[in-house]
Write a protein that binds this ligand. Structure first.
Ligand code: NI
Ligand code: MN
Length: 232
């Protein structure tokens, strides 16, 4: 298994994932009060968007265009984004569907949430399973807890799970810790918290709840700082 994946959390649900390709997920940078990078400075080969809310679509169109990078997202949102810019390559996938781009496999899985874009219904929200260089990452998008997380865990066996803990719109530390027990990743990373006052949370609460039964490591990244995940 490759250890060559490097991650950078850019705050909220935005992660840069660097291996043989550079991927950015949910690139909400402009207007994100905690992001440490500007959309102009992002270098990406693939842009992944989990669902239609503005704090996830963010700068996807800008980054996709500037880097000539394909965008991967859920079907109806893909259609809405295509209408905005027909020059972009946008891959529309739906639950259990996948695309393989330059050896990176991206599979859509359910998320228990909603999705709209610029006031229009944008179909179903998703989570994304990203497989690159022998490492499997589950980015859960925005979601409440649901029992099929167990299936996502047993089906895709993610090494790393990125889970929202901010509450209000998504799981709180309590639900996210329970989700970790269903997904059983090697490492879980909290996200989507403390960007705004409404979703303020202490990630150490999630860490202690999720690590209580042992076996799963929780990493709380520092925003804007690259880190590696040691997967044994
Ligand atoms: Ni959302
Ligand atoms: Mn959100």
């Amino acid at each position: 298994m490759s250890k060559n994946i490097e991650l950078i959390w850019q705050g909220h649900a935005c992660f840069e994932i660097r291996g043989s390709k550079r991927i950015i997920v949910d690139p909400f940078l402009e207007g994100n009060p905690v992001a440490k990078i500007k959309k102009e400075d992002v270098e990406a080969d693939i842009v992944v968007v989990t669902h239609g809310h503005s704090d996830h679509v963010g700068d996807a169109l800008y980054i996709g265009k500037k880097n000539e990078a394909p965008i991967v997202t859920m079907v109806e949102l893909a259609w809405l984004l295509s209408e905005k810019d027909k020059s972009l390559t946008i891959h529309d996938i739906n639950f259990s569907g996948n695309v393989i781009i330059d050896g990176v496999k991206i599979t859509a899985v359910p998320a228990l949430h909603s999705s709209s874009y610029e006031g229009k219904y944008a179909g179903n929200p998703g989570g994304m399973i990203i497989e690159m260089d022998g490492t499997t990452i589950y980015h859960a998008g925005d979601t409440g807890i649901f029992k099929d997380m167990e299936l996502i865990g047993s089906m895709y066996k993610p090494d790393i799970a990125m889970l929202p803990i901010g509450g209000h719109y998504t799981m709180s530390p309590n639900e996210a810790a329970e989700a970790v027990k269903m997904i059983k990743p090697k490492v879980a990373i909290p996200m989507h918290y403390s960007t705004f006052p409404l979703i303020k949370q202490d990630p150490s609460v999630f860490k202690s709840l999720a690590e209580k039964d042992g076996g799963i490591k929780i990493i709380i990244p520092e925003i804007g700082k690259n880190f590696n995940v040691d997967i044994k």
